[in-house]
Ligand binder design. Structure first.
Ligand SMILES: Cc1ncc(COP(=O)(O)O)c(C=O)c1O
Length: 495
């Protein structure tokens, strides 16, 4: 971030329309505090396709700016493009002539729909099951929790093994007569690990349970990594037992935001995704996805964008991405005090501290001060980098800054109980998760309350109980929580 937004909050609609030029200027002025992704210092929010492709995507998006996918009879073009995109992605992930699905607004919607589909399939086939459950890895994306929350299912999280893959024996133990869906990720977000899809597929077949593979991250890059000859486990429709796959176009598909697909093995599974209301005065209403009105732009941009790149374009992007990720891994391995949590051959790089005198969150603060946008994770504290092709050029700079940050933290041990490091450290370690929840709820309420935007989206330092404890007893609490974490890890290992 480079500055503060100077424009006053807008509190009501202006009585008279304002002129375009000023408003466009203001749109630019509002950017002043944004993460500057164009210089490659942001790692998961933007997938930069390069200037020429971006211009092409804008053109394609603009041509379907007003069209509405809500009614595929009215806009046959959008329906046609959607089914073409689904077929193209279906072929990439080794679907067959039966594979089908829908275009969605993103990974979260794809996962919400995968869960809703499993619930409704169970209602249809096993109406006695009043307590539907999903078994998924601890590392599976939180959109599954959101889905379970929204659709009334219970989540059972299976623990990870030492390599961060889900422990299949634990998955097996969690399956019971209420299980309506098994989940694996390819790869999961926190550590970029592909779960043992083949082993879970066997369980799915044995117990006749649908099996969703979350390929939101991997869907549009793993097929090309495989073409580059890198060794990968099987994760897609080639694995017997897999019944649905999500794949995000707005991630490694490098298309505009609001684009993902949810694919099903066959219409037999797709049928439970569809919502139909027959008695509404507004008419018979049928919809396969969550929104009503559906923007046409992302569909058109995806349809055109993925064809413009083609297999050779995506292979080239995957090659560049892996070159950047490999160089980051190599450089991080050379930094004393850090270790990698993520495996080779993946576009995700996650590092953590390997030494008591290197606090991960304190290093993160130092990197942030040097202009990098950070994704902080917990359990253990770690830093996540979703690497994409455009990052190749910033790798040397990142490694130089990371090395300097580690050295600074070693020389200044106090940094771990200051600033963001103290807050994130506490949030990650505190055993009373409901306390963390209420602190975060407070921050969100402030952000979206009547004065939303006043603090420009920056969370205010925690107040209430957490804030007071941090201010008065930060270091002592930190030490106690470290001991607690060590004990917990030991107990977990012994389980
Ligand atoms: C593995 C995985 N699944 C699902 C999602 C959710 O995708 P979206 O943010 O597009 O809703 C993400 C987002 O990072 C992800 O990493």
């Amino acid at each position: 971030m480079s500055g503060a937004i100077e424009l006053p909050l807008v509190r009501s609609l202006p009585a008279n329309g304002r002129d375009h030029a000023t408003l466009l200027q203001e749109l630019e002025a509002l950017r002043v505090a944004d993460a500057e992704w164009r210089d490659g210092r942001v790692f998961s929010l933007v997938y930069d396709p390069g200037h020429a492709h971006e211009t092409f995507l804008r053109e394609a998006h603009g041509r379907y700016f007003s069209e509405n996918g809500l009614n595929p009879m009215a806009f046959k073009s959008l329906h046609r493009m959607e089914t073409d995109v689904v077929r193209m992605v279906g072929a990439l992930v080794n679907g067959d002539a039966e594979t089908c699905g829908t275009f969605t607004s993103g990974g979260t919607e794809s996962l919400l729909l995968a869960v809703k589909t499993a619930r409704d399939r169970a209602r249809r086939l096993h109406p006695w099951n009043r307590r539907p459950e999903i078994v998924l890895p601890e590392s599976a994306h939180v959109a599954f929790d959101k889905a379970a929350d929204a659709f009334g299912l219970r989540i059972r999280r299976a623990r990870l093994d030492a390599d961060k893959r889900v422990d299949v024996k634990h998955v097996k133990r969690l399956i019971n007569r209420h299980t309506v869906l098994l989940v694996a990720s390819a790869p999961q977000y926190p550590h970029g690990v592909i779960d043992p899809v083949e082993a879970i597929g066997k369980l799915a077949l044995k117990h006749k349970i649908p099996f969703h593979v979350d390929g939101c991250v991997g869907g549009l890059i793993l097929p090309f990594i495989e073409r580059l000859g890198r060794p990968l486990p099987l994760w897609d429709f080639r694995v017997p037992g897999v019944t649905s796959i999500s794949a995000d176009l707005h991630k490694y598909g490098y298309t505009t935001k609001g684009a993902s697909v949810l694919l099903h093995k066959s219409k037999d599974y797709l049928q439970d995704q569809i919502f139909i209301a027959t008695d509404w005065p507004g008419g018979v209403y049928a919809s396969p996805t969550l929104p009503g009105t559906k923007p046409g732009g992302p569909v058109a941009a995806a349809w055109a964008g993925i064809q413009a790149l083609g297999i050779d374009g995506y292979v080239a992007l995957a090659k560049q991405t892996l070159a950047a990720a490999d160089a980051l891994r190599e450089g991080i391995r050379q930094i004393d005090g850090l270790r990698l949590l993520s495996p080779d051959n993946m576009p995700i790089v996650t590092w953590t501290s390997a030494s008591d005198d290197v606090d991960t969150y304190a290093v993160a603060d130092q990197l942030e001060a040097r202009g990098w946008h950070l994704d902080r994770q917990q359990d253990p504290p770690s830093i996540h980098l979703t690497v994409m092709a455009g990052h190749e050029r910033v790798v040397p700079e990142y490694l130089r800054d990371l090395k300097a940050a580690v050295q600074f933290v070693r020389e200044n041990p106090g940094t771990k109980s200051q600033g963001n490091a103290a807050m994130y450290g506490m949030m990650a370690k505190v055993p009373f998760r409901s306390m963390v929840k209420s602190t975060v709820r407070g921050i969100m309420l402030e952000m979206y309350g009547p004065e939303g935007g006043k603090n420009q989206g920056d969370p205010a330092p925690p107040d209430g109980f957490v804030g007071k404890m941090l201010a008065e007893h930060g270091e002592k609490i930190g030490r106690a929580l470290d001991t607690y974490q060590r004990l917990r890890a030991r107990l977990k290992r012994g389980k």
